[in-house]
Write a protein that binds this ligand. Structure first.
Ligand SMILES: *Cc1c(COP(=O)(O)O)cnc(C)c1O
Length: 392
């Protein structure tokens, strides 16, 4: 047990009250009253045509691959610097992953490399808004449109983030959210599929309901429901939706806490970062971030690992993030090799995420910042010592 863990689930609003209400309602399975409330709220706050809760972001991505009718041999482009689910959902349908490197500033898919990766088999581009900072959507959408390729945003980090004043999740024909415990809003495990292109709405309901037209039946549009398409069980329990609704309703409180935490780190680590050659996050002026995480880029892998150990010894858990997908066991089966995505390979070695959860207090953060500062001192001492014994 760490004195300061990396993440901790937090109650902010009416989560427990709504959970009790969901049980009292007598409807614990999917698509009950709280699921519907979440759908309406998500449609309103993001501005999408249709929102459907799912059991995870992974499952929302699987639904996207089914809706786009991805077939064996189709190619799908995604950043190598992302969570495995972004691409695995498409590989499950037989797609070949094509890994794109990231921009050194935002760590998002580098749109300048896209054109060179497109072939006649490319079916989809999957931008991931890393840390909730928007990808260069103008360029990505222009390229996708010109080649007739679908764009699916993996917006797991980016709920309430904006690119040029427009909400993340509204750019692709489809977008996905995660409500996993490490995300800004959570119900433990959960997700959502956001649909911007209306042609996908009806089939999405069917795929989510085991391939049946159950939703149409409940709306009285058909007199019985039956098996009409492929599908699976992608709808979460209304108990989870009740918990999530409590969190989404309290979004302003949650976001103001996270803004304070992010800004505290950014301000109080500035001098240390300057002295130690550490890079802080870069948020372009045209992006509004939803304060999903705080990371630093250490000068080297060795120093990153040393800082993780240093903090561990003081009861603080800091963690690295994605390993390059093109160099994973699976990535190599698709031909990935060292040097394919140099920025991803470099950043993956040096990135460190600091403790970040809604109830992290300023006192706890002051302790984290002080202990990071003491690492710099001990590291300088070591280098002085090394210099003293070995002047070369
Ligand atoms: C968390 C995450 C996912 C997976 O979300 P689940 O809800 O756990 O399936 C997918 N993509 C990214 C970028 C994530 O951070």
């Amino acid at each position: 047990m760490y004195r300061i863990p990396f993440n901790r689930p937090c109650l902010t609003g009416n989560e427990q009250l709504y959970l009790a209400q969901a049980i009292a309602n007598g409807h614990a399975s999917g698509d009950g009253a709280f699921t519907k409330k979440c759908h309406v709220l998500l449609e309103e706050i993001v501005g999408v045509r249709k929102a459907l809760l799912t059991t995870s972001c992974t499952h929302a991505l699987e639904m996207a691959a089914l809706l786009l009718d991805i077939q064996p041999g189709d190619e799908v482009i995604c950043p190598s610097f992302t969570f495995v689910s972004t691409i695995n959902a498409f590989v499950l349908r037989g797609a070949t992953p094509v890994f794109c490197d990231i921009r050194p500033d935002t760590l998002n898919l580098d749109e300048r490399l896209l054109e060179g990766l497109i072939t006649p088999r490319t079916r989809a581009i999957l931008p991931v808004h890393y840390a909730g900072v928007g990808c260069e959507m103008d360029a990505i959408l222009e390229i996708a449109k010109r080649h007739g390729i679908a764009v699916v945003e993996d917006n797991a980090h980016g709920l309430l983030g904006k690119y040029k004043g427009k909400n993340l999740g509204t750019f692709g024909c489809l977008a996905t959210q995660s409500f996993h415990e490490t995300k800004n809003f959570t119900c433990g495990e959960g997700g959502a599929l956001l649909i911007n292109d209306p042609q996908y709405v009806e089939r999405a309901e069917i795929i989510r309901e085991k391939g049946t037209n159950r939703s149409r039946f409940f709306r009285g549009q058909v007199d019985k429901y039956t098996w009409v398409d492929v599908g699976s069980s992608y709808l979460p329990s209304d108990l989870l939706a009740a918990f999530l609704y409590g969190q989404l309703e309290a979004r302003e409180q949650i976001q103001s806490k996270r803004k304070r935490i992010w800004e505290y780190y950014h301000e109080h680590l500035r001098d240390w970062a300057d002295k130690a050659g550490v890079r802080q996050p870069i948020i372009p002026d045209h992006c509004e971030q939803p304060y999903h995480m705080y990371y630093v880029l250490m000068p080297s892998l060795a120093e990153r690992q040393a800082l993780i150990e240093h903090l561990k010894g003081r009861g603080i858990l800091s963690v690295f993030h994605y390993l390059p997908l093109h160099l994973s066991d699976m990535g190599q089966k698709f031909g990935g090799k060292v040097g394919d995505c140099p920025v991803t390979e470099d950043v993956s070695d040096r990135l460190l995420r600091l403790p970040f959860y809604n109830d992290l207090t300023e006192e706890e953060q002051a302790y984290v910042v002080a202990e990071i500062g003491s690492f710099s001192t001990s590291w300088e001492d070591t280098s002085r010592h090394a210099y003293a014994v070995n002047p070369h």
